[in-house]
Structures are given as C-alpha cells and as structure tokens.
Design a protein around this ligand. Structure first.
Ligand SMILES: [Zn+2]
Length: 287
C-alpha cells in the first residue's frame, strides 16, 4: 500500500488497508471522523486509488495520481454547495445525478467526494441521492465525509461501507501552550495563577482555540481514567487524573464549551474570566 505524500497515522493506514485488501473499492463509502482534515486526506487517497492506472494502486506516479493529489482530476468531483444554508439543494443534486451517469473523461472511474456530508445533505437530497446508490453507475465511487454517520438516513448508511477513523483532533501548538497554563492554574492551590492564565481569553480570536485545547487536555485525563491513551499531553493528563474524578473532568470540559459559546456573544471578558475561574474552582473543591 503506497501512502507516499500522505501523513496517515497507524489507525488510518489499517482502515484503508483493510478496505483495499479485496482489490476494488466499494462504490459508496462513508468516512466518519471528528477530524475533518484526516478524513479529507483519506478520501483523497481513495480517489487516487480509484483513478490510478498502475497495477499497484495508488502508484503516486501516474498522471491520474498526480491530478488526484492536486485536486485537478476532471473525474474527481468535490461538489460544492450554492445556497446560503450551505446545503445541497435538490436541483444541484439532480444535475449531480445526471452527471454521474456520464462516462468519465480520462480515467476508468469517477469519484464524488462530499465534504461535511452530514451538514450539507438535507433529507430531501438524501432521498434523491439514495436512488443513485440503489442503481449505481458502473465505476462511480461516492465518498461521504462526516463527523457522525448517524446523522445520515439509515437507508443511505445501509448502502455504504462505513470507515471509522479515530477522531482525535490535534490542537494547534499555539493554543496548547496557553491551554496548559490554564490547566496548571486549575491544578494550582492559588486562585491567582488560574486567573492569570485565563487572561489569554481576552484575545477573542485565540480564545476559541485555547478553550478547545483545554477541553482536549481534560478529555485526555478522562481517557486515561478509562484506560485509553491520551493524545496531547500525557504528563498533564496524569496529574489531572490523579486529582479529579471523571465526573469533575467532564463538568470542566462542559464549562469550556459554555465559555466558548459565551465568547461568541459580546460579553465582557473580565466578567467571563472571573466567572470561569470561580466555576473551575467550585468544581475542583466540591465533594
Ligand atoms: Zn497512479
């Protein structure tokens, strides 16, 4: 299995290898992952596999592979939404269906990659799309990327092969550093340290990413308590896990979500950080 140019983790590699063992792709695939980037990479790799002309697919060398890699292959489509609600409307779906029955331009296959399928497909467009899945044109592959396959209709799901990629989202390093300070503040007996660390949230642009990173660090600790491997910071996860129960960690993670929601509205950031500090400490110390 050639994955040159792709930065796949072992999990993704295993899932793709298992899928390609039989030598051909299923015509409809759902890639489910909380990490959209990771899912998009896997979809791109599968599209290369579909259009590659070499025996050992995907070779990464042929014209088809190169075009798939640069998203310029005329037979690999990434359908876009055109309406304000960022969903596929029925007219767009109908023309897509008509297009799917037209023979490919260059390759022996055609691929449609639907990003954010769970958000972009409405029930109506799913029902139209279903007809296509029921009588799939030859050598046409549909790849639907979504966070949760459960948000698609069961009739669609039952006709697709579902690939589950581990949904770990790697936070940006820039957000992880202040997030670690906040977590150390939560662990510190001195309220002042937490208050100081929370100041970073006054930069609204960064606040959301920092809170997401704090949540990830807290989730790491929960994972550790459940016997799973932490993603971002094992040492910090161990400290949190030694100190707090799973319930408390979950409560703190939820607190990050509500703070992120509040920041989007125009709140006074000083009031927010004071409230957040108080809540973290209340959860820490409650019995
Ligand atoms: Zn190739």
């Amino acid at each position: 299995m050639n994955t040159n140019g792709f930065d796949f983790d072992q999990n993704t590699r295993d899932v793709l290898e298992a899928l390609c063992k039989r030598g051909s792709l299923p015509h409809a695939i759902i890639i489910e992952s909380a990490d959209a980037q990771k899912a998009a990479q896997a979809a791109k790799w599968l599209s290369m596999y579909a259009v590659c002309t070499a025996d050992d697919k995907p070779c990464g060398e042929c014209a088809g592979c190169h075009k798939a890699q640069s998203k310029t292959h005329p037979d690999i489509n990434y359908p876009k939404t055109t309406n304000k609600s960022n969903t596929y409307d029925i007219d767009a779906m109908r023309s897509l269906i008509a297009d799917a029955y037209i023979i490919p331009n260059e390759a022996n296959a055609k691929v449609y990659i639907f990003e954010q399928a769970d958000a972009r497909f409405t029930d109506i467009t799913q029902n139209a799309f279903l007809k296509l899945l029921e009588e799939p044109p030859r050598n046409v592959y549909f790849i639907l990327i979504c966070q949760s396959a459960l948000s698609l209709l069961i009739t669609i799901r039952s006709r697709c092969t579902v690939l589950r990629l581990k949904g770990s989202i790697q936070p940006e390093e820039a957000a992880l550093t202040p997030a670690r300070e906040i977590v150390n503040g939560i662990l510190s007996p001195r309220e002042y340290e937490l208050m100081l660390a929370l100041r970073v949230l006054s930069d609204k642009k960064q606040a959301e990413a920092v809170l997401a990173a704090v949540k990830l660090l807290l989730r790491d600790a929960t994972a550790l308590l459940c016997g799973a491997e932490p993603i971002a910071d094992r040492e910090l996860a161990s400290k949190l896990a030694a100190r707090f129960t799973k319930q408390k960690l979950i409560e703190m993670a939820q607190l990050c979500d509500s703070a992120a929601g509040t920041i989007k509205q125009n709140v006074n950031i000083n009031l927010l950080t004071t409230w957040l500090c108080g809540e973290f400490r209340r959860i820490s110390w409650q019995r």
